[in-house]
Structure formats: C-alpha cells, structure tokens
Design a protein around this ligand. Sequence first.
Ligand code: HEM
Length: 322
Amino acid sequence: MQTGWLWLSAFAAVAALAGGAQGQGLSREFYNATCPALQAVVRRGVARAVRREPRMGASILRLFFHDCFVNGCDASVLLDDVPGNFTGEKNAGPNANSLRGYEVIDAIKAQVEASCNATVSCADILALAARDAVNLLGGPSWTVPLGRRDTRNTSAGAANTNLPPPDAGLPTLLSMFRAKGLDARDLTALSGAHTVGRARCAVFRSHIYNDSAADTAFAAGLRASVCPAAGGDGNLAPLEPQAPDAFDNGYFRDLVARRVLLRSDQALYGAGNGTTDGLVRAYAANGTAFAADFAAAMVRLGGLAPASGSGGEVRLNCRRVN
Ligand code: HEM
C-alpha cells in the first residue's frame, strides 16, 4: 500500500516536471539522476567546435535565440524540411543561408544518446550549448534550467513573423520582445550577443548606404571593402570588429560610436529612447554589469515555453520527429 503510494507520488512528480517543461517548471536538477554526464558531454562538444572555428560559438548562440523566439525553446529550428510533406524553419527568411551550427548539435546529440539513450531533449542540449558557447568565448556562465520537450511540428511562417528583421526600428524591436515577455533591458542585454559573430552584406547594406545613423567613415570603409552597392550579398563582416570572437562589451562601445552593422543594432542607441540609451552607456562602461544582465536575460529567453501546452517528445535525432 505504502509502496504503491510512493510510486504514484514519484510518477506524479516526474509527470509534473515533464508537463512543466511546456509551461513554467524547468529544473536545474532535471537530468541529475538520468544523465549525470550531460553537462560535460555538451561542453566538450562545444569546445571542440569552437576550437576548430571560433565563429561557431556565435552561430550556436544565434541558433538558440532563433529556436526560442519561434514557439518557445522546443528545438523546432532543428527540424529538417521533408519535401512534399513538411516545411520547417530552416529555410525561412531569417534562417536560410544564414543560420548555422546544426552539425555541431547533431554531433553532441549523438554523444549524449550514446551515454543516455532517449533521455535528453534536443531543446535542452541547445540551451546548454548556447551557455557553453558564450562562456568559451570569454563571456559569463549561468545555470541552465532543464526539462524542455522537443516539438513535433512548426512552420516557416512562424519563423518569418516572430524573428526581428535587421532593418527594425526600436518600437518594432521592443514590441517583438514584449510579445515574448521580455523588456527593454532584456532586449538591450541580449542584443549584446552581437559582440561576436558575422553578418552578410545583404543584411547590413541598407544601414551603411542609406542610414544617417551610421558613423560616416565606418560606413564608407565597409562600402569600399566588403559590401558593394550591388552584388557581394554573401560577403561577411564581423558584427564587432575589434574582437569579433571575444564575448565582451565591445558591442556597446561600438553602439555609442555608431560603428555597428545593423540598423536594428543602432536603433538601441541614439534613437531617442532614454531607457535603452542609458543601458547601452552603462554596459559600454561596465562589462561586469553587461555579463550579469546578459546571463539573467538568457535564462528568461530559455524559459520561453511552447504555446501548445503539454506534449512533445525527446527526439532521438534532432532533425526529425520520432
Ligand atoms: C534584437 C533583434 C535582433 C536582430 C534584428 C538580429 C539580426 C541578426 C542578423 C541579421 C544577423 C546576421 C545574419 C546573416 O548575416 O545572415 C545576426 C547575427 C547574429 N545574431 Fe542576431 N539579431 C537580433 C538579436 C539577437 C539575439 C537576441 C541574439 C542572441 C542572444 C543574437 C545572436 C546573434 C549572433 C551570435 C549572430 C552571429 C552569428 C554567426 O556569426 O553565425 N541576435 N543577427
């Protein structure tokens, strides 16, 4: 009798945690018993990828953002299209020929499956990998709440409407973040992710040709070197040229100097909003304050839950549903 009750309680607790992954209740201990090697395996996999190519740290961080902003952090972004049957997010406007790092997550997932079969969601692996990527590039670390489930469906349309475009002005950015429960401080801190990584000429051309908000010499330099008025769409420039692979607060100093690539970046500073202007100045002056706010905002970003409620699965292969 007592054993039965205990068993039922244990079952209820596990069910609550699993359900909570779709809603609120993630837990830092979620895999302590079922996959104790998880965190070490993920970190090793990210470290290997970043050693091979430092930019990959930035790419994994962006992958996590694009997962979470589209129906919550449910590994929706990792699903491959199935011609004639399923069109996912990978070829949506903000992601096609741009989002990268899928193979790194595949390799880590394979390692995790080898030690903990059918236990750890792809969404949780991506959340841990993003944290490790930031830390390996010199940024902060934080504890990642775990217990997410992988979705069984998504759509390109959801990615097209939820992800902010590079020509967005501040009102659009604020309202797109507010729609996710994230405020101006979250937006400003999370945008600091652009202290690492690269962008294509196609996404920053309008800012350096048509936008008086950009520093004149900075824009002229880019026009002459990597981003012609026509052609060269895929040419890359670092989002933060001083230290493009170091996760520091250089991005905020660039914002104050008006030397950033994207119109959506510059919108955070000098567009007449005292709140974001003040935050940018504070982060430019104090890297520790930026690191703390970035870590806290990443936990909030990672808490975005799928709207679909309970359900989902632990995918065996991150590219397709079971
Ligand atoms: C605030 C609105 C944002 C906009 C409009 C935006 C837009 C973009 C664009 C257009 C690129 C370049 C893509 C390309 O050239 O193909 C990019 C790169 C990047 N974004 Fe964002 N982004 C935003 C916020 C974020 C956030 C919140 C994060 C992470 C927390 C993030 C992380 C990154 C990283 C790390 C890269 C470089 C990726 C690489 O080198 O592979 N972005 N972003």
